[in-house]
Write a protein that binds this ligand. Structure first.
Ligand code: GDP
Length: 407
């Protein structure tokens, strides 16, 4: 966007250094006059300290077509990475149509280190499979639950990729911004490299800052990736592992947030659950980004909350007042959003993304379903209720999902 030059004097007095989380060299260019040209996202970060504008969010939601080159390839392995804490928000819709079904595809759910220890991996895999199929991604060869940060199962993933490679395939990592693709590349390097590879790929907490297509020769992975069934130690022709630019999915709640707010939302370590008994007529807030109203039901429900954000329980009437204050930009004790932060457009109001959703218990037995705020956390519903009707709110009403079986 050449018309947006850093020379524009509208940087709100913020120092450049304090905000330089941009994709920097990889995203921008230099004009003949020697001025740096920034992508829209980096420009906003540098000169407005803004992460996203609504229009831009909308336009970026479509910015995934570049992945269609995979549709024409016959010799690729596609590794689709999602963030288990922001699923299905981080799954690109209609992937089968976009990248085709000719190439083997592995679904990798990253950041497993954030989930409680006792979650059922079978249930997670079922949820991933079921949701992916609904969202147009059926061509899944295998599902891996990993932590790139902790190197969990990364070696096994590398071995599986190696096993399905014919010895001549490039490997492409694809996925939304911030799912941990760069961290996964680093983890591959840490887990499989022979001979001390010194370079690290930049991993950043700001979504959308991995830009450009990074290609690592597969031979640097030594025998794990370099095995060639024809008997050569390494493929004769260089083959690559490509880290592709993260696609910004407009449906992700985290794209509404600034860097400061993201730090409050994204967990850095395993989430500790909190359990409450909730009666009809009560509402539960997840900071100012999620709200569940227990509208009517026969018994109290046991709600276990998994989120980094503070939960707050109040009457539904009071919850309405709080949401009205937030809608006009008044500061409330529920953060984020932080209303003192300047934004391109007002923070979207909380609205009901699901209205009158009925949870049906099986009489006499404990029920367990989850209401998921993708990227924010989830509430697990338990108890021996027969019927519980709920309303679920979020900014713009986006990012809300029901998981039929609790993790
Ligand atoms: P990319 O945009 O997909 O390349 O994502 P990055 O690799 O830059 O990672 C985005 C953020 O997620 C960074 O703050 C990482 O530290 C964090 N992250 C990546 N992998 C993991 C993981 O396995 N666990 C946790 N807890 N955080 C991770």
């Amino acid at each position: 966007v050449p018309e947006l030059k850093p020379s524009d004097k509208d940087n709100d007095g913020e120092s450049k250094e304090s905000m330089d989380n941009t994709c920097g060299e990889k995203a921008d260019g230099i004009t003949e006059e020697g001025e740096r040209i920034f992508c829209q996202r980096c420009y906003n970060l540098l000169y407005h300290n803004k992460v996203v504008t609504e229009e831009w969010q909308e336009s970026l939601s479509f910015d995934r077509s570049f992945l269609s080159f995979l549709n024409k390839k016959k010799d690729a392995i596609v590794v689709t990475v999602v963030d288990i804490f922001d699923f299905p928000g981080t799954l690109l819709e209609d992937l089968d149509d976009l990248i085709g079904v000719k190439n083997p595809t592995i679904l990798v759910a990253n950041k497993m280190d954030l989930l409680p220890r006792d979650v059922s991996e079978t249930r997670i895999k079922n949820w991933l499979k079921e949701k992916s199929e609904k969202l147009g991604f059926r061509n899944i060869h295998e599902i891996f639950l990993i932590s790139a940060k902790k190197n969990w199962r990364v070696r096994e993933l590398a071995q599986t990729i190696s096993a399905i490679r014919s010895g001549f395939d490039d490997v492409y990592l694809i996925g939304c911004a911030n799912v941990g693709k760069s961290e996964l590349v680093n983890s591959f390097l840490r887990s499989t490299v022979v001979g001390g590879w010194k370079h690290e790929v930049t991993s950043s907490p700001i979504p959308g800052t991995t830009v450009g297509m990074l290609g690592l020769p597969l031979t640097i992975f030594g025998t794990t990736f370099g095995h060639n069934p024809r008997g050569f130690h390494f493929p004769q022709k260089s083959r690559y592992l490509y880290d592709t630019p993260g696609v910004v999915n407009g449906k992700q709640l985290i794209h509404l947030l600034t860097e400061e707010e993201l730090k409050m939302v994204i967990p850095q370590k395993r989430i500790k659950p909190l359990t409450y008994n909730i009666f009809p007529g009560k509402s539960v807030f997840f900071g100012g980004l999620g709200r569940i109203d227990y509208v009517e039901g026969d018994k109290p429900v046991r709600m276990t909350i998994f989120s980094r954000l503070k939960s707050h329980i109040t009457s539904t009437q009071r919850a309405d007042e709080i949401c009205q204050s937030m809608a006009v930009g008044d500061k409330t004790f529920l953060e984020p959003p932080i209303f003192s932060i300047k934004r391109a457009s007002p923070f979207p109001p909380m609205i009901k993304g699901k209205k009158g959703y009925v949870m049906k218990g099986i009489p006499g037995t404990m029920s367990s379903k989850d209401v998921v705020f993708s990227g924010i956390g989830w509430a697990s519903f338990g108890g021996t209720f027969d019927r519980a009707s709920i309303d679920v709110w979020s900014p713009h009403g986006v990012g809300i999902y029901i998981r039929e079986k609790s993790l």
